[in-house]
Design a binder for this molecule. Structure first.
Ligand code: HEC
Ligand code: HEC
Ligand code: HEC
Ligand code: HEC
Length: 171
């Protein structure tokens, strides 16, 4: 009886010791930072050119000089404001407007071919799956000009599918 429980205790401890290090590895990634659309352009030229013609690419210039310093407006008219992106101290990357990383997530860790070819690894390193809640963080009644929002129609006109011929799914 005593021996059986000793063996059981040994087995349990061994399992815990073996499982422990691999669990720690999963959460070791540093926080990704914003790299700017210019970095994505290098590998996604067609997509970049299509995005460049959308209202999102121009959304910073909708702001007048004073408004362009107003944190209320910057939150929705730039990329990564208040999150280490636009306007962060020591950040000289062009992050004006609603760029790729607003929708796809900060890219410093996933934007390498070796990573990007592995969908699971990309997601682990910060690539975000886009859905309607991605958009409604800005398309909501906190926007002074809000009149409603149509997700499916917006995917076609405002992401990067209208020129490249590639269609975004409504996922
Ligand atoms: C060094 C080249 C490279 C850079 C830089 C790069 N990508 Fe990629 N990306 C790829 C490759 C390769 C794939 C996989 C093949 C494909 O779908 O074209 C990919 C796939 C993707 C996908 C589809 C992934 C999926 O699983 O659905 C998205 C979204 C994406 N990239 C966004 C970005 C964004 C945003 C940036 C900039 C922050 C970026 N990429 C920078 C090479 C790159
Ligand atoms: C970071 C904030 C932000 C996010 C996230 C965002 N947008 Fe926008 N969007 C804007 C801003 C700002 C404008 C207005 C730009 C201007 O008028 O210069 C805009 C304009 C638009 C417009 C044209 C105006 C209108 O309301 O019809 C469409 C369509 C649109 N976005 C669709 C989308 C879709 C679809 C998504 C998600 C896949 C999305 N947006 C995510 C900030 C955002
Ligand atoms: C307003 C949001 C939004 C912006 C800005 C945006 N995307 Fe996307 N992107 C999407 C959506 C929605 C999809 C389709 C759904 C998905 O795959 O998650 C998509 C899909 C993709 C894909 C995979 C499918 C395809 O069409 O090739 C790539 C690669 C990609 N985006 C790259 C980029 C790059 C590079 C930029 C900037 C130049 C960018 N995206 C800007 C919303 C956006
Ligand atoms: C919660 C996100 C959000 C905030 C905050 C925000 N905007 Fe916008 N802005 C948007 C979106 C999204 C659009 C696209 C139209 C819409 O749905 O409101 C837009 C469109 C605009 C437009 C062009 C469209 C038009 O009808 O004139 C201007 C100009 C503008 N915003 C100025 C501002 C200013 C100035 C501020 C700060 C006082 C501000 N925005 C704050 C998200 C925002």
């Amino acid at each position: 009886m005593k021996r059986a429980s000793l063996i059981l205790a040994f087995v349990v401890i061994s399992i815990v010791l073996v499982a422990w290090p691999s669990k720690e590895k999963e959460v070791e990634h540093p926080t990704p930072s914003y790299v700017g659309a210019g970095k994505c352009k290098v590998c996604h030229l067609e997509t970049y050119n299509s995005w460049k013609t959308t209202i999102h690419a121009r959304s910073f210039s909708a702001l007048k000089a004073e408004e362009a310093k107003d944190s209320t407006c910057l939150r929705c008219h730039t990329t990564g404001f208040g999150d280490g992106g636009y306007g962060a101290e020591g950040n000289f990357i062009d992050l004006a407007g609603v760029q790729c990383e607003v929708c796809h997530g900060a890219g410093s860790l996933y934007s390498r071919s070796s990573v990007m070819r592995q969908p699971d690894l990309s997601r682990e390193l910060g690539l975000v799956a886009v859905d309607s809640t991605t958009c409604t963080t800005c398309h909501n009644d906190r926007s002074p000009t809000f009149k409603g929002f149509a997700y499916k129609a917006g995917l076609i006109t405002a992401t990067h599918t209208h020129k490249s011929g590639r269609r975004a799914t409504g996922r």
